[in-house]
Design a protein around this ligand. Sequence first.
Ligand code: AHM
Ligand code: MG
Length: 308
Amino acid sequence: MAPTARDDAVSPGSDPVVEAIFDAIAATAPTIRAELPHRRVESDAAENPSGETVMAGDLYADELLAEALSAVEGVGSYVSEERQEALDAGEDVSEDAYAVAVDPLDGSSNLRSNNVMGTVVGIYDAPLPASGQHLVAAGYVLFGPITTAVIADGDGVREEVVEPDPDAEHGVTRSVVVPDLELPAEPTVYGFGGRVPDWTDPFREYVREIEDELKLRYGGSMVGDVNQVLTYGGIFAYPALRDAPDGKLRLLFEANPIAYVIEQAGGAASDGASRILEIDAEGLHDRVPLYVGNTELVDRLETSLADD
Ligand code: AHM
Ligand code: MG
């Protein structure tokens, strides 16, 4: 079915524009994956808007996704971790088109060491910057040993395997392998970013408790580490640091989409004090501390930080 303009009467889980956006993202996945071996080096570009080194893979994925997503009917703007400004896709987001926010290659520093990484996407029904209350769907592609997509579209969370298929309409098949992903009730893993000496004292105290209960699983890519939490239960954080109180991750491209997925899977997402999805965004590249996972673990984290 050709993508159609957004129809406000449809329920979130059956919105054809949302489906067309995920089709477009899935369609780029095999191409991005195939090009990664040739793009493991730093790009010639200056730093990205967050002041970070840009890998050739980041730029390649960004260009491909910008082209694919801005061609979807019903997408009004494309906003990316790799671009200072929104790309106007020709439709009006303040009317009925969507703004799509993308981290094209989350965890791209893992390119050199050949560890997992992925593409993160949030679909908003308001011009960006806006709060996560405007998300209508979110998800990510994970480039692990298998290419998977985890999608939350207002109708629960599902995991799909994405495979190239030249005969398929979008050049890929998407096979649902877990139709109703929920965080396991008994959490087993944790993974926290940043250097331990840079963590705040109350966060360190919380970690000491958690270490006694869960096992460490940290790979340096938010999507990979969050996917472990989603699979085994537990908590992932890129916390506030002593000299970086807003942490590292970006609200629009990383924290909000992951918060949306984790909440729909039955968990919680916090900046340490408040729900991530209720934070007002001021700029496209705002950063925010992120603590996500089983609700009980996130609640305890909030209590530990508040007791400080
Ligand atoms: P990126 O989007 O530029 O790859 O940066 C985000 C990544 C996250 O995937 C990960 O959680 C974090 O940076 C790890 O940072 P660090 O290597 O500084 O611990
Ligand atoms: Mg990222």
